[in-house]
Design a protein around this ligand. Structure first.
Ligand code: BEZ
Length: 357
């Protein structure tokens, strides 16, 4: 049985004129793999899934998702959904450092903590949004609990266990790089890291000076020891819900996501390859990602086009779509947002969108 402690009540989002404050409540729930902290924003909406996020290594829910969920256009979407932002154990703000020798959960075990959260909240279904390790965890959860997952947005997913070549490379890098630098190399492209933009400086500073760096290393080790998800096109082990795969075209995990796309059901999978977004599109291109998320939700029947008239009209960008079941980049058709009709392109998944900025 799960046990819940309410530890904090906060309201952190700056309000727009005319907006009423939205409650954010942070909870901690006991699970078979230790306490897990999560923060709930908004109130449950009848007959709608919760949006549940899971962050990547080196980050927590805020440093991973705040720019996306606080971006302007996202507000119109999230007012229709309650959000549950999970912090991996030991990653929550103020987390104490685990004692030496602490047995940190594997990614599969972290996926097994999600039912404890949903059970406590009495939520029956989710749309998962995960990045890197978080995308893997949500995929594992979806494989085990497919009836409870209505959709998945998977950013930078690598569904494969490390092979011996990867391990050799990892060990070699470990000889010359610190843990923070290795994690930064997982999060961002080499080009971004050498460019040393303000964003990179900010995240380098966050990770290098993290008071819970020992905990971060444990999550990093769990990520590197992940099992293969064994996705197989046409096989039994596959994601049954609509999936939007997202990766930056220069991102460290671009190849892994392309391969993942080739293994998933093309009728259920959309592949969004983002130009100029670097390794963390949710940080660098929240507007573009929000737009794609909107189409994704619309394809699932959740965002009527009438709800999105203002969003649509406020846009000048276009999305280029290429019919693809294998990650190829052939440009078959272009979806442009219509500023005249006020509708947005939507439809079933099963295509590649390349978003240029
Ligand atoms: C949200 O509204 O869901 C949110 C707000 C701040 C940080 C992350 C998420």
């Amino acid at each position: 049985m799960t046990e819940l402690q309410e530890v904090q009540i906060t309201e952190e989002k700056p309000l727009l004129p005319g907006q009423t404050p939205e409650m954010a409540k942070t909870h901690s729930v006991e699970t078979p793999y230790g306490a897990v902290t999560f923060t709930v924003y908004g109130t449950p909406k009848p007959k709608r899934p919760a949006i549940l996020t899971y962050h990547d290594v080196g980050l927590n829910y805020k440093s991973c998702f705040q720019p996306l969920f606080q971006s302007g256009d996202m507000q119109e979407i999230i007012q229709n959904f309650v959000r549950v932002h999970v912090d991996a154990p030991g990653m929550e703000e103020g987390a104490p450092v685990y004692p030496v020798g602490y047995q940190y959960p594997s990614l599969d075990q972290l996926a097994d903590t999600i039912p404890c959260i949903l059970q406590y909240l009495n939520f029956s279904t989710i749309i998962g949004v995960g990045v890197g390790a978080g995308a893997y965890i949500l995929s594992r959860y979806a494989l085990n609990h497919q009836d409870t997952v209505e959709g998945l947005v998977l950013i930078n997913i690598d569904p494969n266990a490390k092979g011996w070549m990867d391990w050799a490379a990892h060990k070699l890098t470990g000889l010359t790089s610190s843990i923070p630098e290795m994690i930064l190399g997982h999060l961002f492209s080499q080009e971004e890291l050498s460019g040393n933009s303000e964003l990179i400086q900010k995240y380098r500073n966050i990770i290098t000076h993290a008071p819970n760096l020992e905990n971060i290393e444990l999550y990093w080790n769990s990520y590197n020891n992940r099992r293969d998800l064994n996705f197989e096109r046409g096989g039994d082990i596959t994601l049954k819900c609509p999936v939007m795969l997202v990766v930056g075209d220069q991102a460290p995990h671009e190849e892994a996501v392309v391969e993942c796309n080739s293994k998933l059901d093309p009728t259920q999978t959309s592949f969004l390859k983002m130009a100029d977004s670097g390794g963390q599109p949710q940080l660098t291109q929240p507007g573009k990602l929000t737009e794609a998320f909107k189409y994704f939700l619309q394809g699932m029947g959740y965002m009527a086009s009438s709800c999105m008239t203002r969003l649509s009209r406020s846009r000048t960008a276009s999305l280029t779509s290429a019919a693809s079941i294998d990650g190829s980049r052939s440009r078959a058709r272009t979806l442009s947002q219509s500023s005249e009709s006020g509708t947005l392109p939507s439809g079933p998944p099963g295509h590649t969108m390349e978003v240029s900025c």
